[in-house]
Design a protein around this ligand. Structure first.
Ligand code: MAN
Length: 349
Protein backbone atom coordinates (compact mmCIF):
# COMPACT_ATOMS: atom_id res chain seq x y z
CA UNK A 1 0.00 0.00 0.00
CA UNK A 2 1.26 3.41 -0.92
CA UNK A 3 1.04 6.15 1.71
CA UNK A 4 1.07 9.76 0.62
CA UNK A 5 2.79 12.32 2.82
CA UNK A 6 0.27 14.41 4.81
CA UNK A 7 2.49 17.37 3.82
CA UNK A 8 1.74 16.93 0.12
CA UNK A 9 2.37 18.73 -2.07
CA UNK A 10 5.78 19.24 -0.50
CA UNK A 11 6.68 21.96 -3.03
CA UNK A 12 4.42 24.33 -4.93
CA UNK A 13 5.21 26.83 -7.70
CA UNK A 14 4.78 29.64 -5.17
CA UNK A 15 7.73 28.24 -3.18
CA UNK A 16 10.05 28.86 -6.12
CA UNK A 17 11.40 32.32 -6.88
CA UNK A 18 11.19 32.90 -10.66
CA UNK A 19 14.54 33.12 -12.45
CA UNK A 20 13.60 36.54 -13.90
CA UNK A 21 11.19 39.27 -12.75
CA UNK A 22 9.07 38.95 -15.91
CA UNK A 23 8.67 35.17 -15.46
CA UNK A 24 6.19 33.14 -13.43
CA UNK A 25 6.69 29.59 -12.22
CA UNK A 26 4.05 27.26 -13.68
CA UNK A 27 5.39 24.04 -12.24
CA UNK A 28 7.95 22.48 -9.92
CA UNK A 29 7.90 18.75 -10.56
CA UNK A 30 9.65 15.57 -11.76
CA UNK A 31 12.69 16.06 -9.50
CA UNK A 32 15.66 13.75 -9.19
CA UNK A 33 16.59 12.90 -5.60
CA UNK A 34 19.69 11.80 -3.75
CA UNK A 35 21.07 11.77 -0.24
CA UNK A 36 24.04 14.13 -0.23
CA UNK A 37 26.15 15.11 2.79
CA UNK A 38 23.44 13.95 5.21
CA UNK A 39 20.69 15.92 3.51
CA UNK A 40 18.03 15.00 1.00
CA UNK A 41 18.74 16.92 -2.19
CA UNK A 42 16.12 17.40 -4.87
CA UNK A 43 17.07 18.50 -8.35
CA UNK A 44 13.84 20.17 -9.39
CA UNK A 45 12.45 20.75 -12.81
CA UNK A 46 11.17 24.33 -12.70
CA UNK A 47 8.91 25.28 -15.62
CA UNK A 48 8.44 28.97 -16.26
CA UNK A 49 6.54 31.16 -18.69
CA UNK A 50 6.29 34.89 -19.26
CA UNK A 51 3.77 36.84 -17.18
CA UNK A 52 1.12 37.86 -19.63
CA UNK A 53 -1.01 40.98 -19.35
CA UNK A 54 -4.24 39.63 -20.79
CA UNK A 55 -6.04 36.31 -20.66
CA UNK A 56 -6.04 35.53 -24.37
CA UNK A 57 -2.30 36.06 -24.94
CA UNK A 58 0.15 33.26 -24.31
CA UNK A 59 3.80 34.35 -24.12
CA UNK A 60 6.37 31.61 -24.48
CA UNK A 61 10.05 31.82 -23.54
CA UNK A 62 12.68 29.99 -25.58
CA UNK A 63 16.39 30.41 -26.23
CA UNK A 64 17.92 31.81 -29.40
CA UNK A 65 21.68 32.26 -29.77
CA UNK A 66 22.08 31.89 -26.01
CA UNK A 67 19.50 34.60 -25.21
CA UNK A 68 15.97 34.29 -23.92
CA UNK A 69 13.36 35.31 -26.50
CA UNK A 70 9.62 35.52 -26.14
CA UNK A 71 7.03 34.45 -28.70
CA UNK A 72 3.43 35.59 -28.21
CA UNK A 73 0.25 34.09 -29.61
CA UNK A 74 -3.38 35.05 -29.28
CA UNK A 75 -5.61 32.17 -28.24
CA UNK A 76 -8.64 33.79 -29.93
CA UNK A 77 -7.14 35.20 -33.11
CA UNK A 78 -4.56 32.53 -33.98
CA UNK A 79 -7.19 30.05 -35.16
CA UNK A 80 -4.66 27.88 -37.06
CA UNK A 81 -2.99 26.98 -33.75
CA UNK A 82 -4.06 24.19 -31.40
CA UNK A 83 -3.80 25.38 -27.77
CA UNK A 84 -5.67 22.42 -26.26
CA UNK A 85 -2.62 20.71 -24.65
CA UNK A 86 -1.36 22.92 -21.81
CA UNK A 87 2.21 21.63 -22.38
CA UNK A 88 2.70 22.55 -26.02
CA UNK A 89 1.25 24.35 -29.01
CA UNK A 90 1.01 22.91 -32.49
CA UNK A 91 -0.31 23.72 -35.96
CA UNK A 92 -3.83 22.35 -36.37
CA UNK A 93 -3.25 21.29 -39.96
CA UNK A 94 -0.02 19.31 -39.54
CA UNK A 95 -0.06 18.54 -35.78
CA UNK A 96 3.53 19.80 -35.72
CA UNK A 97 4.58 21.07 -32.28
CA UNK A 98 6.38 24.39 -32.67
CA UNK A 99 6.68 25.57 -29.04
CA UNK A 100 6.43 24.22 -25.54
CA UNK A 101 4.35 26.51 -23.35
CA UNK A 102 7.07 26.80 -20.70
CA UNK A 103 10.85 26.76 -20.42
CA UNK A 104 12.31 24.42 -17.79
CA UNK A 105 15.57 24.74 -15.87
CA UNK A 106 17.05 22.72 -12.99
CA UNK A 107 17.09 24.01 -9.40
CA UNK A 108 18.41 22.53 -6.17
CA UNK A 109 16.40 22.14 -2.95
CA UNK A 110 17.73 20.68 0.32
CA UNK A 111 16.12 19.16 3.39
CA UNK A 112 17.11 17.47 6.62
CA UNK A 113 13.85 15.52 7.03
CA UNK A 114 13.07 14.81 3.36
CA UNK A 115 9.78 16.71 3.65
CA UNK A 116 10.53 20.40 4.27
CA UNK A 117 12.83 21.82 1.60
CA UNK A 118 14.91 24.97 1.27
CA UNK A 119 14.94 25.99 -2.38
CA UNK A 120 17.90 27.77 -3.97
CA UNK A 121 17.07 31.28 -5.16
CA UNK A 122 18.90 30.78 -8.44
CA UNK A 123 18.76 28.02 -11.07
CA UNK A 124 21.51 25.38 -10.84
CA UNK A 125 21.65 25.21 -14.57
CA UNK A 126 19.76 26.88 -17.30
CA UNK A 127 19.10 25.66 -20.81
CA UNK A 128 21.94 27.53 -22.51
CA UNK A 129 23.06 25.18 -25.27
CA UNK A 130 21.84 24.57 -28.83
CA UNK A 131 20.50 21.14 -27.85
CA UNK A 132 18.24 22.50 -25.11
CA UNK A 133 16.83 25.78 -26.46
CA UNK A 134 13.34 24.61 -25.40
CA UNK A 135 14.43 23.53 -21.93
CA UNK A 136 15.99 20.90 -19.69
CA UNK A 137 13.49 18.51 -18.12
CA UNK A 138 13.00 15.50 -15.87
CA UNK A 139 16.45 15.06 -14.24
CA UNK A 140 17.36 11.70 -12.70
CA UNK A 141 20.36 11.43 -10.37
CA UNK A 142 22.43 8.26 -10.09
CA UNK A 143 25.33 8.16 -7.60
CA UNK A 144 28.20 5.95 -8.78
CA UNK A 145 31.45 5.64 -6.88
CA UNK A 146 31.29 9.08 -5.27
CA UNK A 147 30.14 11.00 -8.34
CA UNK A 148 26.60 11.94 -9.32
CA UNK A 149 25.39 11.37 -12.87
CA UNK A 150 22.36 13.32 -14.03
CA UNK A 151 20.41 12.25 -17.08
CA UNK A 152 17.69 14.55 -18.39
CA UNK A 153 15.71 15.55 -21.46
CA UNK A 154 17.37 18.24 -23.57
CA UNK A 155 14.59 19.71 -25.68
CA UNK A 156 14.96 21.81 -28.83
CA UNK A 157 13.28 22.19 -32.22
CA UNK A 158 15.55 19.27 -33.20
CA UNK A 159 13.67 16.97 -30.83
CA UNK A 160 13.90 15.54 -27.32
CA UNK A 161 17.35 14.06 -26.65
CA UNK A 162 18.94 12.65 -23.50
CA UNK A 163 21.89 14.52 -21.99
CA UNK A 164 24.32 13.51 -19.27
CA UNK A 165 25.86 15.91 -16.76
CA UNK A 166 28.06 14.93 -13.82
CA UNK A 167 28.99 16.56 -10.54
CA UNK A 168 30.66 15.60 -7.30
CA UNK A 169 29.41 18.43 -5.11
CA UNK A 170 26.24 19.88 -6.67
CA UNK A 171 28.14 23.14 -7.06
CA UNK A 172 30.08 22.78 -10.28
CA UNK A 173 29.21 20.35 -13.04
CA UNK A 174 30.54 18.96 -16.30
CA UNK A 175 28.27 18.46 -19.28
CA UNK A 176 29.06 15.16 -20.99
CA UNK A 177 26.85 15.81 -24.00
CA UNK A 178 23.99 13.94 -25.61
CA UNK A 179 23.98 10.21 -24.93
CA UNK A 180 20.77 9.38 -26.85
CA UNK A 181 19.66 11.31 -29.94
CA UNK A 182 15.97 12.27 -30.54
CA UNK A 183 13.48 11.13 -29.84
CA UNK A 184 14.43 9.50 -26.61
CA UNK A 185 13.68 10.26 -22.96
CA UNK A 186 12.90 8.63 -19.60
CA UNK A 187 16.44 7.38 -19.07
CA UNK A 188 17.20 5.54 -15.83
CA UNK A 189 20.85 4.76 -15.10
CA UNK A 190 21.70 1.85 -12.78
CA UNK A 191 23.82 2.87 -9.74
CA UNK A 192 26.56 0.27 -10.16
CA UNK A 193 28.34 -1.78 -12.78
CA UNK A 194 26.91 -5.22 -13.52
CA UNK A 195 29.37 -7.74 -14.95
CA UNK A 196 31.86 -4.90 -15.52
CA UNK A 197 29.46 -2.68 -17.50
CA UNK A 198 27.15 0.23 -16.77
CA UNK A 199 23.46 -0.32 -17.59
CA UNK A 200 20.74 2.12 -18.58
CA UNK A 201 17.05 1.99 -19.46
CA UNK A 202 15.94 4.34 -22.23
CA UNK A 203 12.79 4.99 -24.22
CA UNK A 204 13.15 5.67 -27.94
CA UNK A 205 10.08 6.79 -29.90
CA UNK A 206 9.86 5.07 -33.29
CA UNK A 207 7.93 6.91 -36.00
CA UNK A 208 7.07 4.30 -38.58
CA UNK A 209 7.12 0.78 -37.14
CA UNK A 210 6.98 0.01 -33.43
CA UNK A 211 5.92 1.73 -30.22
CA UNK A 212 7.61 3.84 -27.54
CA UNK A 213 8.95 0.92 -25.51
CA UNK A 214 11.60 0.69 -22.79
CA UNK A 215 15.00 -0.51 -24.01
CA UNK A 216 18.08 -1.45 -22.01
CA UNK A 217 21.72 -0.89 -23.05
CA UNK A 218 25.19 -1.23 -21.55
CA UNK A 219 28.39 0.80 -21.70
CA UNK A 220 32.00 0.63 -20.55
CA UNK A 221 32.22 4.39 -19.89
CA UNK A 222 28.68 5.89 -19.50
CA UNK A 223 29.05 7.69 -22.85
CA UNK A 224 29.10 4.95 -25.50
CA UNK A 225 26.01 2.77 -25.25
CA UNK A 226 25.54 -0.53 -27.06
CA UNK A 227 23.96 -3.99 -26.79
CA UNK A 228 20.51 -2.41 -26.99
CA UNK A 229 17.65 -4.78 -26.33
CA UNK A 230 13.95 -4.14 -26.01
CA UNK A 231 12.99 -4.66 -22.38
CA UNK A 232 9.32 -3.84 -22.05
CA UNK A 233 6.31 -2.66 -24.03
CA UNK A 234 2.92 -1.32 -23.05
CA UNK A 235 0.14 -3.86 -22.51
CA UNK A 236 -3.58 -4.05 -23.25
CA UNK A 237 -4.20 -3.37 -19.56
CA UNK A 238 -6.15 -0.17 -19.37
CA UNK A 239 -3.68 1.80 -17.24
CA UNK A 240 -0.70 1.39 -19.61
CA UNK A 241 -2.23 0.86 -23.04
CA UNK A 242 -0.89 4.19 -24.36
CA UNK A 243 2.84 4.23 -23.70
CA UNK A 244 5.38 3.49 -21.00
CA UNK A 245 8.72 4.97 -19.91
CA UNK A 246 11.39 4.62 -17.24
CA UNK A 247 10.98 6.37 -13.91
CA UNK A 248 13.41 6.53 -11.02
CA UNK A 249 16.89 4.97 -11.33
CA UNK A 250 16.62 1.28 -10.34
CA UNK A 251 17.68 0.11 -6.88
CA UNK A 252 19.07 -3.24 -5.77
CA UNK A 253 17.23 -5.50 -3.32
CA UNK A 254 17.84 -9.06 -2.16
CA UNK A 255 15.49 -10.21 -4.94
CA UNK A 256 17.02 -8.19 -7.78
CA UNK A 257 16.78 -4.72 -9.30
CA UNK A 258 13.53 -2.86 -8.82
CA UNK A 259 12.61 -0.21 -11.36
CA UNK A 260 9.59 2.02 -10.94
CA UNK A 261 8.30 3.07 -14.36
CA UNK A 262 5.33 5.05 -15.66
CA UNK A 263 2.48 3.80 -17.77
CA UNK A 264 0.13 6.06 -19.69
CA UNK A 265 -3.33 5.18 -20.95
CA UNK A 266 -4.98 6.37 -24.15
CA UNK A 267 -6.39 9.41 -22.30
CA UNK A 268 -2.89 10.52 -21.19
CA UNK A 269 -3.40 9.45 -17.57
CA UNK A 270 0.00 8.73 -15.97
CA UNK A 271 0.37 5.97 -13.34
CA UNK A 272 3.34 4.14 -11.81
CA UNK A 273 4.18 0.45 -12.10
CA UNK A 274 7.18 -1.65 -11.02
CA UNK A 275 9.55 -4.22 -12.48
CA UNK A 276 11.86 -6.73 -10.88
CA UNK A 277 14.99 -7.39 -12.96
CA UNK A 278 17.62 -10.07 -12.52
CA UNK A 279 20.45 -8.80 -10.28
CA UNK A 280 23.15 -10.14 -12.62
CA UNK A 281 21.35 -9.71 -15.92
CA UNK A 282 19.00 -6.71 -15.82
CA UNK A 283 17.78 -7.41 -19.38
CA UNK A 284 15.82 -10.27 -17.84
CA UNK A 285 12.46 -9.38 -16.25
CA UNK A 286 11.55 -11.56 -13.28
CA UNK A 287 8.28 -9.84 -12.39
CA UNK A 288 6.06 -6.95 -13.45
CA UNK A 289 3.16 -5.39 -11.58
CA UNK A 290 -0.20 -6.13 -13.15
CA UNK A 291 -1.89 -3.10 -11.62
CA UNK A 292 -0.42 0.34 -10.97
CA UNK A 293 1.27 0.81 -7.59
CA UNK A 294 0.14 4.41 -7.72
CA UNK A 295 -2.41 6.34 -9.76
CA UNK A 296 -3.70 9.92 -9.74
CA UNK A 297 -6.23 10.06 -6.91
CA UNK A 298 -5.85 13.26 -4.92
CA UNK A 299 -6.92 16.70 -6.12
CA UNK A 300 -3.29 17.83 -6.61
CA UNK A 301 -2.66 14.80 -8.85
CA UNK A 302 -5.92 15.00 -10.79
CA UNK A 303 -5.90 18.76 -11.34
CA UNK A 304 -3.04 21.07 -12.18
CA UNK A 305 -0.97 22.30 -15.08
CA UNK A 306 -1.53 18.93 -16.80
CA UNK A 307 -3.91 16.85 -14.71
CA UNK A 308 -4.10 13.10 -14.05
CA UNK A 309 -0.34 12.68 -13.69
CA UNK A 310 1.91 10.98 -11.15
CA UNK A 311 5.44 10.85 -12.57
CA UNK A 312 8.64 9.93 -10.75
CA UNK A 313 12.27 10.68 -11.57
CA UNK A 314 13.70 9.66 -8.19
CA UNK A 315 13.28 7.74 -4.97
CA UNK A 316 15.20 6.83 -1.83
CA UNK A 317 15.27 3.24 -0.65
CA UNK A 318 16.07 3.38 3.08
CA UNK A 319 15.38 0.96 5.95
CA UNK A 320 13.00 -1.18 3.92
CA UNK A 321 10.95 1.84 2.80
CA UNK A 322 10.71 3.11 -0.76
CA UNK A 323 10.26 6.89 -0.65
CA UNK A 324 8.96 7.98 -4.02
CA UNK A 325 9.37 11.66 -4.89
CA UNK A 326 7.02 12.45 -7.73
CA UNK A 327 5.62 15.22 -9.86
CA UNK A 328 1.86 15.67 -9.46
CA UNK A 329 -0.12 17.05 -12.41
CA UNK A 330 3.07 18.61 -13.86
CA UNK A 331 2.72 21.32 -11.21
CA UNK A 332 3.88 20.27 -7.75
CA UNK A 333 6.30 17.92 -5.98
CA UNK A 334 4.89 15.24 -3.73
CA UNK A 335 6.11 12.28 -1.68
CA UNK A 336 4.67 8.81 -1.10
CA UNK A 337 6.08 5.79 0.70
CA UNK A 338 5.68 2.06 0.31
CA UNK A 339 7.31 -0.73 2.25
CA UNK A 340 9.51 -3.05 0.22
CA UNK A 341 7.34 -5.99 1.36
CA UNK A 342 4.23 -4.32 -0.10
CA UNK A 343 6.15 -3.68 -3.30
CA UNK A 344 7.20 -7.34 -3.48
CA UNK A 345 3.56 -8.30 -2.98
CA UNK A 346 2.48 -5.93 -5.77
CA UNK A 347 5.03 -7.74 -7.96
CA UNK A 348 3.37 -11.06 -7.08
CA UNK A 349 6.36 -12.32 -5.05
C1 MAN B 1 6.05 13.74 -20.57
C2 MAN B 1 7.14 13.56 -19.53
C3 MAN B 1 7.02 14.52 -18.40
C4 MAN B 1 5.62 14.89 -18.03
C5 MAN B 1 4.61 13.98 -18.64
C6 MAN B 1 3.18 14.40 -18.37
O1 MAN B 1 6.00 12.62 -21.37
O2 MAN B 1 8.40 13.64 -20.12
O3 MAN B 1 7.76 15.68 -18.65
O4 MAN B 1 5.49 14.87 -16.65
O5 MAN B 1 4.80 13.91 -20.03
O6 MAN B 1 2.88 15.61 -18.99
Amino acid sequence: MIIRSPNNPILNPKDIPPSRPDFKVDGVFNAGVVRHEGQVLLLLRVAESVISTDATTISIPYIKKGKIKVASYDKKKDTHIDFSDSRKISYKETNKIFHLTSLSHLRIARSTDGIHFRVDKEPWFLPDQDVNTWGVEDPRITPIEGRYYITYSAVSAGGVAVALTETEDFISYTHRGIIFSPENKDVALFPEKIGGLYYIMHRPVPRSIGDPDIWIASSPDLIHWGNHTRLLGSTEDSWENGRIGGGAPPFLTEKGWIAIYHGVDKDARYCLGALLLDANNPSHIIARTKNPIMEPETSYEKEGFFGEVVFTCGLLYEDGIVKIYYGAADETMALAEMSIDDLYRALGL
